[in-house]
Design a protein around this ligand. Structure first.
Ligand code: TNX
Length: 540
């Protein structure tokens, strides 16, 4: 086993050397490169270390992509990169062609153990005039590196001296990179308003470009239950039929959900499913009234109040129900986490709440998942292996840290994507704060509210959907702020700086336009003009 690994490595290395030698020989064209450098004004999140060498790699129709073979995921990375290069430049690059390449430059995505342990998502890019070598020990690291490469391919090509051939001059140098935090997420509330599989996939496309690795789906709430549970079909038949504002709701079949999970996995994004309980459960209780613990008449709810519903925490049948739900969801979810909500259970008595969270934690663990809950769960006897998501209470977050729990930072006044940008925002709420683009970026998760950095698993920016009902409205709130949170969770504090970020953010316009993302064109940013399509919003 070990031997064949060494042989494979040696062959891999040999291939790289041969490819580079070939490409050097063939690189006879005279190209007038503009002086490029790795100042990298398009890169978000900013990498750990960049060493520019001030020449250019010619990406053109004679470039070929090679990858390590027989290592899980690497060949797929080659195909992914080719597809994205096609979308940006219209070049059709070949991947892992067998014959000796008729190419002048190569991109090699190479599996290589690194000497220094920089973690699974680390990668290195070495760009010279003839080759781009992307090294990483894992496919996920390679995937993150590919996003960096996508970002440094210039938007426009330059003409060469050979009529009709264009090149994209990629700046040469070296990039060494790895993320600061292990958990870099956003959350989408599909319960208050439902979003289709296609909408979620489009969101994933953009998140992956900024190196996010988690998408948390808030699947259930008072207004709707959005995931088919085969053993309890009325959850979606009844509970899936409503949403905020009286619109028609919707839900994911298990096949739909699996499609999302698989699409996310192709982008090295983990789906975290949330079933919010014991509060926020009106839709479940309307579907199956024995679940209800508030003694009130049940009907579908289309408003936006919170805190009025609860499960009956003292009934065994309620836990049998939760066992089924968790079992089915765990079976559909390859990621390590299940989120049980636990927030704003205002009508659940405190001892009942504590009893409930501890019982549900055991169920989650029984199905080999790690429990996440909103910060209130830290006030119960939870295990230190469970995770608290800090959204509101500093006291709860500190209690979680004292218990040795890991914490996900999502403070509402800094990281809630559903907060309005300012008083004239078209969508959003403002109960926690107004969060303009600079406020969203200028805070320090590393030392937020005195939580020790060793307890911080990472960051998540939640997008609640009381005020948004379609993808354009989703994009208005999520972008550009989610781009800034990607840098807060990936890049170290020393490497972050608003003035630099502002320029790099302005440079995202061509990408966002190409992806047809209707971001909010905040006046704090001097957006690179492409198409003048934001006039309408600008006037507001
Ligand atoms: C608080 S954040 C909630 C949600 C709302 C959100 C709106 C949290 C754990 N609970 O139920 O949608 O505020 O901003």
């Amino acid at each position: 086993m070990a031997e064949s690994k060494i042989i494979r490595k040696a062959l891999g290395l040999f291939l790289v050397i041969t490819l580079i030698a070939c490409s050097e020989q063939k690189n006879k064209r005279v190209i007038n490169f503009p002086k490029t450098n790795l100042a990298l004004e398009h890169l978000i999140p900013k990498p750990l270390e960049i060493i520019p060498t001030n020449t250019g790699f010619a990406l053109d129709e004679y470039t070929a992509i090679y990858t390590s073979k027989n290592v899980e995921g690497f060949e797929e990375l080659g195909a992914f990169l080719a597809k994205k290069i096609k979308a940006k430049t219209d070049l059709d690059l070949q991947v892992n062609i067998n014959d000796l390449p008729n190419t002048e430059t190569v991109i090699y995505i190479n599996q290589a153990e690194s000497n220094d342990d920089m973690g699974r998502e680390a990668y290195q890019l070495r760009i010279t005039q003839d080759s781009i070598i992307l090294n990483s020990s894992t496919a996920v690291g390679g995937f993150r590196g590919i996003q960096t490469l996508r970002q440094i391919i210039p938007e426009t090509s330059i003409d060469t001296l050979v009529a009709g051939t264009k090149i994209w001059a990629i700046p040469t140098g070296k990039i060494m990179d790895s993320p600061q935090f292990e958990y870099r997420g956003t959350m989408l509330d599909v319960a208050r308003h439902f979003f289709s599989v296609e909408d979620v996939k489009k969101y994933i496309d953009v998140l992956a470009y900024y190196k996010y690795n988690v998408l948390h789906l808030h699947l259930t709430d008072d207004q709707g239950w959005r995931l088919e549970i085969k053993s309890w079909p009325k959850l979606t038949e009844i509970g899936g039929s409503s949403e905020v504002g009286g619109e028609s709701g919707g839900f994911y079949t298990q096949e739909d959900y699996t499609e999302i999970v698989n699409y996310a996995a192709l982008h090295y994004i983990t789906i975290v499913p949330e079933v919010d309980m014991p509060g926020h459960t009106n839709a479940a209780s309307v579907s199956y009234p024995f679940l209800n613990g508030n003694g009130k008449k049940l009907e579908l709810y289309q408003g936006t109040r919170v805190g009025f519903s609860t499960f009956d925490t003292r009934k065994d049948t309620v836990y049998a129900f939760i066992d089924d739900v968790v079992r089915e969801i765990a079976a559909l979810t390859p990621g390590p986490y299940i989120h049980i909500g636990g927030d704003e259970s205002h009508v659940t008595k405190k001892p009942d709440y504590i009893y409930f969270v501890n019982k549900v934690e055991k169920i989650v663990q029984k199905y080999n998942k790690r429990m996440i809950g909103w910060d209130e769960v830290a006030t119960t006897g939870v295990d230190s292996t469970s995770i608290a998501q800090f959204w509101n209470s500093k006291k709860n977050a500190q209690e979680a840290a004292d218990k040795g729990m890991k914490i996900i930072l999502s403070p509402a006044k800094k990281a809630y994507l559903d907060m309005k940008y300012d008083t004239i925002s078209k969508h959003g709420l403002n109960w926690a704060a107004y969060i303009p683009v600079d406020t969203a970026y200028k805070w320090t998760p590393e030392s937020y509210e005195g939580i020790p950095i060793k307890n911080i698993l990472g960051l998540e920016a939640p997008l609640w959907s009381e005020t948004i009902s379609n993808i354009e409205e989703l994009e208005y709130l999520a972008f550009p702020r989610a781009i800034g949170y990607s840098e807060l969770s990936w890049t170290t504090q020393e490497n972050r700086d608003w003035e630099s970020y502002k320029v790099r953010l302005a440079n995202q316009t061509p990408f966002l336009d190409r992806m047809n993302v209707k971001y909010y064109p905040s006046k704090l940013i001097d957006w690179k003009q492409t198409k003048n399509k934001y006039k309408e919003i600008e006037k507001d």
